[in-house]
Design a protein around this ligand. Structure first.
Ligand code: IPE
Ligand code: IPE
Ligand code: MG
Length: 248
């Protein structure tokens, strides 16, 4: 619940931060300028989520498929991740944020892997906002790595196949231990999932906006939260069966 408005607040918000390239093109700037401008709404969302007692925020920064972009664009994004991590980590730590990265790390440079490991180690004990940044992440990759992990446990005898429940499978995913995503926000005007949290979005509310990510403002976030608060979350049941809190 939002203390000020008494409206339900999602425990976990996931955001597909799309539209950086178009934002730059509209200003006749190179695409990396759009990615850089996207850092401002990231800071805003972290602060606002922490302030509103949102438990977890997961940001889609670079997909498995984004490796297929031209090398100079991939290089500038990777450079930006390193720079942003180096510059922001102390501030995030000071805010009590627990920062984690999800995705296939082996594809990242040794330097970026090192920065990620250090940031996770530094903030591991923090009890504030759980912030997950998805880099080199794909929902299909995640499901496959979970399946492989469980298959290894089965073949070693530590687990029986019939013990694989939704809970066991879910906790083997990269977001295991983080509450299920309740609201997905996608900026940039596309109405698709683009291989984001395939398992976790099973019952999320989906909010799409044409706003380009670098322009995403507090007002836009409030609009998305208002949309969430107005949904009746039935989870397959009838309206009459739902507690008032699920009705927003
Ligand atoms: C999102 O912005 C950032 C990444 C996918 C890395 P885009 O780079 O996809 O921007 P558009 O969609 O081309 O405008
Ligand atoms: C999704 O955006 C991935 C991220 C925002 C990191 P894309 O721009 O890569 O998605 P498509 O190509 O429009 O599906
Ligand atoms: Mg895009």
């Amino acid at each position: 619940m939002d203390a000020a408005t008494a409206k339900p607040v999602p425990r976990h918000i996931a955001i597909t931060m799309d539209g950086n390239g178009r934002w730059a093109a509209a200003r006749a700037l190179p695409r990396p300028a759009g990615h850089r401008a996207g850092l401002k709404p990231v800071r805003m969302c972290v602060e606002e989520c922490a302030r509103r007692d949102v438990e977890a925020l997961t940001l889609f920064a670079f997909s498995s498929e984004n490796w297929g972009r031209p090398a100079d664009e991939v290089g500038s994004l990777m450079g930006l991740f390193i720079e942003a991590l180096e510059r922001e980590i102390e501030e995030l730590h000071g805010q009590g944020v627990r920062l984690r990265f999800i995705g296939e790390r082996r594809n990242l440079s040794v330097r970026l892997q090192g920065r990620i490991a250090a940031a996770e180690e530094l903030t591991r004990g923090n009890s504030g906002l759980k912030l997950q940044v998805a880099v080199s992440y794909g929902g299909r990759w995640d499901i496959i790595q979970a399946a492989q992990r469980l298959a290894r446990e089965c073949s070693s005898g530590a687990l029986r196949p019939e013990e694989i429940s939704e809970e066991v499978f879910g906790s083997s995913l990269a977001l295991g231990g983080v509450p299920e995503a309740e609201l997905l926000i996608r900026t940039g005007g596309e109405y698709r999932i683009s291989n984001f949290l395939l398992w976790e979005l099973a019952y999320a509310e989906l909010y799409f906006t044409s706003r380009l990510w670098p322009d995403f403002s507090v007002g836009d976030l409030e609009e998305a939260l208002g949309f969430f608060a107005g949904r009746e979350r039935r989870f397959g049941q009838l309206s009459a069966q739902c507690p008032a809190a699920a009705k927003g």
